[in-house]
Design a binder for this molecule. Structure first.
Ligand code: ZN
Ligand code: ZN
Length: 365
């Protein structure tokens, strides 16, 4: 089991007011240390991704633009239109001097984890700073500049793998899905709050891939106020069945924890109590289908102090099979909305599972 982290990742800092603060990964590391879980893994340092690696999914022009944006002297020569077209200069994706290096380091960290698995150094690997799933081939979006999950999936595919990417972040994993939407060798599954209510506004059950990749993308949206029980029911009905049908040789999971009821950017009502189950299920499926190969990434999570360190430590405890060491930090109870909201949540889950079944010729009922 490998865990990739180093203080250099604090460079992945977009601005002082930005919700994506690297301290959330550091706080997670602190909790993984103080629970003693750190003793059960090998800690590996991150490295910078090379341009060639970034260009596994991004265009050379885009990588060049990000590099120039990160240099104050070069930045002045770029036209406002070009900067805006590439998704930069907004509150979500501010420009800074660390932009290129900070995010290339996140991609490098995720690749260190992927390579540890591929070389046999580790069966499972966790890159908690990774999971930047909204970046597109030529455009930054939703706090994401370079798409580390997509780079890792493409790299693993190039090693000969059939890759299954499962994204449980509260936001649709649109960047990764878009990059592999016509690739039959990479399955993308995203469970998220419905695009009717939340950024990026996409990811409906009918969106299932195109051409020979029809069926290699799957989306399960959730209604606002979805709490632990319906969330877990959707997860259990969809994830194992799709994976067993696809037969991957490696799992890549994006484990954003912004599904929590305290998260300030979304409207689901899950607690940290979903995390031991999510971690255990991925772990079992990795052994059942992929000889154990499992690359886990972080992702969203903006209740930096209240939620993120606990959610990811509970998840990590399942990766190293020591849930006992994290049991005390779980939320003490679930948070259930009133009856009218419960009915709405169950009804829309039922409808979306039916629509997903129709899109995939499967029965998720
Ligand atoms: Zn294992
Ligand atoms: Zn998110």
């Amino acid at each position: 089991m490998a865990l990739v982290y180093g203080e250099a990742l604090m460079k992945h800092h977009l601005s002082d007011q930005h919700p994506l603060q690297p301290i959330r990964v550091k706080l997670t590391m602190d909790l993984i240390r103080s629970t003693g879980l750190i003793e059960h893994c090998e800690l590996l340092p991150p490295r910078l991704a090379t341009d060639q690696e970034l260009e596994l999914v991004h265009s050379p022009e885009y990588v060049d633009l990000v590099r120039k944006l990160s240099d104050p002297a070069q930045r002045r020569k770029l036209s406002h239109g070009r900067i805006e077209a590439a998704g930069f200069g907004s509150a979500d994706n501010p420009i800074s001097n660390e932009l290129h290096e900070g995010t290339a380091l996140v991609v490098g960290a995720t690749l260190v984890a992927a390579q540890a698995i591929e070389s046999g150094r580790a069966l499972h690997a966790f890159s908690p700073s990774g999971g930047l799933h909204h970046a597109h081939r030529e455009r930054a979006s939703g706090f994401c500049t370079y798409d580390d999950p997509a780079v890792a999936c493409r790299w693993l595919k190039n090693q000969g793998h059939r890759v299954a990417y499962i994204d449980v972040d509260v936001h649709h994993g649109d960047g990764v899905e878009g990059i592999f939407y016509s690739d039959p060798d990479v399955l993308t599954i995203s469970l998220h709050e419905s695009g009717r209510y939340l950024f990026p506004g996409s990811g409906f059950p009918e969106d299932a891939g195109i051409g020979s990749a029809r069926g290699a993308a799957a989306n399960l949206p959730f209604s606002p106020f979805t709490w632990d029980d319906p969330w877990l029911e959707g997860f259990d009905k969809v994830v194992p069945a799709l994976l067993r049908k696809f037969r991957p040789t490696v799992l890549v999971t994006q484990d954003g924890c912004d599904t929590h009821y305290l998260d300030p950017l979304a409207h689901l009502a899950a607690t940290t109590r979903i995390w031991p189950h999510v971690g255990r299920t991925f772990h079992e499926l990795a052994h059942e289908l992929c000889e154990g190969r499992w690359l886990a990434l972080g992702g969203g999570g903006y209740a930096i102090y209240e939620v993120v360190p606990r959610a990811w430590t509970l998840f990590f405890a399942e990766m190293v099979e020591r849930p006992d060491l994290a049991a005390d930090i779980n939320d003490p109870s679930t948070v259930v909305p009133d009856e009218a909201a419960q009915e709405r949540v169950w009804l829309s889950l039922k409808q979306d599972l039916r629509r997903l079944g129709e899109a995939h010729d499967m029965d998720f009922g």
